[in-house]
Design a binder for this molecule. Structure first.
Ligand SMILES: [Zn+2]
Ligand SMILES: [Zn+2]
Length: 135
C-alpha cells in the first residue's frame, strides 16, 4: 500500500513520529515476547525504512528483549511502538495500532503461530507461518 507519510504516537502523546515511504511485511505477530511487550494476545506490525522513521516529539526508551532485538516504547505511558532486529538493519517495525490512521494498513499474514495463545482463533483466511514468514 503506497502512503507517502504515516504519522502516529503513543497513548499519552509524549512520543510522536513520522514515517516516509511505504510500509511492507504487514503481519500479526503471536510470539511470546511481542505478547508481553504489547500486553496483548498478538501485535500488528508494519516494516518501514529505518532511516525514514523520524521522532517529531519525545524519545523512545529501548528494551533489549533478546540479544539482537531492541524494542522502543514511550517511557511515560509504556506504549510499545517499535521493534528493531539487528539482522534486518534497514527495517524498523512499527506497531500499526500506534498510527493515527491504523485502518490504512491491514496485516496480510500471521507469524509465530507456533506461539499463538490457544484461545485465539484465526478466522481471517490470511496465510499463517509457524515462525517468521516473509510476505
Ligand atoms: Zn506516551
Ligand atoms: Zn513477535
Amino acid at each position: 500500500m503506497e502512503i507517502t507519510t504515516l504519522v502516529g504516537g503513543c497513548l499519552c502523546g509524549a512520543v510522536r513520529f513520522e514515517i516516509g515511504g511505504a510500509a511492507r511485511h504487514l503481519c500479526f505477530c503471536h510470539c511470546h515476547s511481542c505478547r508481553l511487550a504489547g500486553g496483548a494476545p498478538f501485535v500488528a506490525w508494519a516494516s518501514v525504512d529505518a532511516d525514514r522513521f523520524v521522532l517529531t516529539r519525545g524519545a523512545l526508551r529501548e528494551h533489549r528483549s533478546s540479544q539482537c532485538v531492541a524494542r522502543g516504547f514511550c517511557a511515560e505511558c509504556g506504549t510499545s511502538i517499535t521493534y528493531a532486529h539487528e539482522g534486518r538493519p534497514d527495517d524498523l517495525d512499527v506497531a500499526i495500532a500506534t498510527l493515527d490512521q491504523p485502518n490504512a494498513l491491514a496485516p496480510a499474514c500471521h507469524v509465530w503461530v507456533s506461539e499463538k495463545l490457544a484461545w485465539v482463533e484465526i478466522g481471517d483466511g490470511l496465510p499463517q507461518f509457524e515462525e517468521f514468514g516473509a510476505v
